[in-house]
Design a protein around this ligand. Structure first.
Ligand SMILES: *Cc1c(COP(=O)(O)O)cnc(C)c1O
Length: 234
């Protein structure tokens, strides 16, 4: 066996180890929250990593992968078309790319403005989506201001081609993650008055997924804790 093969095997062993550690972290957090871990989807965020890493993840039993840049995501979906994967788009979506993103993504986590809702509408098929809430005061962060959430939710509900799963958020720096996630849980309860089916919460990343599970996260978006450090973006 040549050295590159050995290096590849070491990578795979490291990946398997990190994945197992996160899986047991999820199980422990679910148990202490009195939740069934089968109610929690782990999306492995593979941005900046090569398709070979995704193939390794699939070999380790991963079905849900997340990407945050359109061109990279599109290329990976194409390259891995033969695999049974659910693709989650977790990054900001440009209006003019919206139709392309919905063509390959199975779930869009980052619906955050009326113009994007309109751009994502379709008469021919239905895509699952989350409305992203901005928990900071910085509009550049992505996500709708919580004060404008209800009208955006109503717009999603009245647009054909979109099925609202619930809310997505990123815990801000400088706030205790559990408090931030509790805010999202409360907003989720509020929007269920408008959209009773929208009971899912996409929240929790490598550093804060246990806190997210405590506050009811149903979709974790975990990158580096599983993949290892990301390569420098190309
Ligand atoms: C990159 C990314 C993640 C994963 O982040 P990690 O800290 O690596 O777990 C989750 N959500 C979004 C929106 C991301 O862009």
């Amino acid at each position: 066996m040549s050295d590159p093969d050995l290096a590849g095997l070491r990578d795979l062993a490291g990946l398997a180890e990190r994945l197992a550690a996160v899986r047991s972290g999820i199980a422990a957090a679910a148990a202490s929250a009195g939740r069934d871990e089968r109610d929690i989807v782990t999306v492995v965020v593979t941005k900046f990593h090569p398709v070979t890493l995704i193939e390794q993840l699939v070999a380790l039993g991963v079905h849900d992968v997340g990407e945050n840049r359109h061109q990279e995501a599109q290329a990976k979906v194409e390259a891995l078309a033969g695999l049974d994967l659910t693709w989650h788009f977790v990054g900001q979506v440009q209006g003019k790319k919206a139709k392309q993103v919905r063509a390959y993504a199975d779930v869009i986590h980052s619906v955050d403005r009326a113009s994007l809702v309109d751009a994502l509408s379709s008469e021919s098929d239905v895509i699952d989506c989350f409305v992203q809430v901005n928990l900071t005061d910085d509009p550049a962060r992505g996500g709708v201001d919580p004060g404008l959430l209800d009208p955006l939710v109503e717009r999603v509900l009245s647009t054909s081609g979109l099925r609202l799963l619930g809310l997505m958020a990123v815990a801000p720096l400088g706030e205790e993650p559990r408090r931030a996630f509790a805010r999202v849980r409360e907003l989720g309860e509020r929007i269920r008055l408008l959209a009773p089916e929208a009971k899912f919460l996409s929240m929790g990343m490598s550093q804060d997924y246990p806190e997210a599970i405590s506050e009811g996260a149903t979709h974790l978006r975990i990158g580096t804790a599983i993949t290892g450090n990301r390569p420098v973006p190309g």
